[in-house]
Write a protein that binds this ligand. Structure first.
Ligand code: NAI
Ligand code: MG
Length: 353
């Protein structure tokens, strides 16, 4: 197992350390495990003058899977794109063709009380948001800020999807639904945007190859509302890059904390990048406060998707559940009467379990 470990910045470093700790525990001493660490984000600038040093890209390319922490610094968005720490991940995803982003939202029974919503709305929640990751308005050209004849400036970005880009993510959605409850909800804004009219048309066309999977469509605004009102109706929700970004963060709130949510981003060749959904959390970084469970569960997804080790993936998830059932909580999910612990203590507890 050759794994590129890219901790990045802020709490990315702290939580990745714990995920590696649990990985070693679940595989045991004798496992043929090759971990290659490389800098990315602000750490990349510090080490090599580039948020995505070419050497880091090469290490990621040569590995079977990538365990990523988080990248970015406060004020990130004011730094030019090529030197922006937070953009390093977007560049890496594009380089490796990681177009399919799996963001599960599920609620551990132990954390029903930590959700922002009523227990009857979220109890038993288990949905998979599948976000297209290498297209859409985040990458579309032309983009920029220009000056109008009036002297006023104008910003512009372009929402673009080709038929083949929509087709491949649609196939992933239907195949994923076949492993689950055989329901796909495609989210778009076809009532306003031509790009999304094409999206709906192509998803509908692909669905004919999967007659055993039920397909529904929702506009993104309605989808946001339904996610808050009745999220248990969803199985697989497939959508473009920007809508998926927003909806999956909203779904995070259903589950208690963004610190609990893992993700996987896969390429056509099944190479995967695994990372917590959260960012570098500068407000709590460096203080042993971050919840490492999102990173630990991301590592579990890596065992499942990139290394075909469902047994070990299940062991990781069961260990997390046991630790939660035993009352261990980091600050973000703390409840009255819990055993409040720090990042490294939580990692120790999961590794021991
Ligand atoms: P964030 O996810 O870093 O933080 C949002 C809030 O959630 C903060 O209050 C933070 O303390 C809390 N939080 C996040 N993860 C947590 C954890 N594991 N345990 C406990 N609390 C946690 O998002 P924000 O503040 O919008 O971005 C901060 C920086 O991270 C920015 O520079 C941004 O560009 C970068 N970022 C990087 C991402 C990535 O590398 N994938 C994703 C999102 C943001
Ligand atoms: Mg986001």
């Amino acid at each position: 197992m050759k794994i590129a470990v890219l901790p990045g910045d802020g709490i990315g470093k702290e939580v990745t350390t714990e995920a590696v700790k649990v990985l070693r525990a679940v595989l045991g001493q004798d496992a043929a495990l090759e971990l290659i660490e490389a800098p990315i984000g602000a750490a990349g600038i510090e080490a090599a003058g580039d948020p995505l040093p070419p050497a880091t890209t090469e290490i990621a390319r040569a590995a079977d899977a990538i365990l990523f922490g988080a990248a970015g610094v406060p004020g990130d968005e004011t730094i030019p794109y090529a030197m922006r720490p937070g953009a390093s991940l977007l560049r890496l995803r594009k380089e490796l063709g990681l177009f399919a982003n799996f963001r599960p939202a599920f609620l551990f029974p132990e954390l029903v009380g930590a959700s922002s919503l009523k227990p009857e709305i979220v109890e038993g929640l288990d949905l998979m948001i599948l976000r297209e990751l290498t297209g859409d308005i985040y990458f579309g050209e032309p983009r920029g800020i220009h000056t109008l004849p009036s002297g006023e400036r104008e910003g512009y970005n372009t929402m673009r999807y080709s038929e083949s880009e929509i087709e491949r993510i649609a196939h992933v959605a239907f195949r994923t639904a076949r492993q689950r409850r055989r329901k796909v909800c495609s989210v778009d804004k076809a009532n306003v945007l031509e790009t999304m009219q094409l999206w709906r048309e192509v998803v509908t066309r692909v669905s004919r190859e999967y007659p055993d999977v039920e397909l529904t469509h929702l506009f993104v605004d309605a989808a946001a509302m339904m996610l808050m009102r009745a999220p248990k109706q969803f199985d697989v929700m497939v959508t473009g890059n920007i809508f998926g970004d927003i909806l999956s963060d909203a779904a995070a709130m259903l589950t208690g904390s963004i610190g609990m949510l893992p993700s996987a981003s896969l390429a056509l060749d099944q190479k995967g990048l695994y990372e917590p959904v959260h960012g570098t959390a500068p407000d709590i970084a460096g203080r042993n406060l971050a919840n490492p469970i999102a990173s630990i569960l991301s590592m579990g997804m890596m065992l499942r998707y990139s290394f075909n080790q469902p047994g070990n993936a299940d062991r990781v998830e069961r260990a997390v559940r046991k630790v939660l059932a035993d009352g261990y909580r980091t600050g973000d999910i703390a409840q009255p009467g819990c055993k409040q612990v720090g990042t490294s203590e939580m990692g120790d507890a999961v590794a021991a379990a």
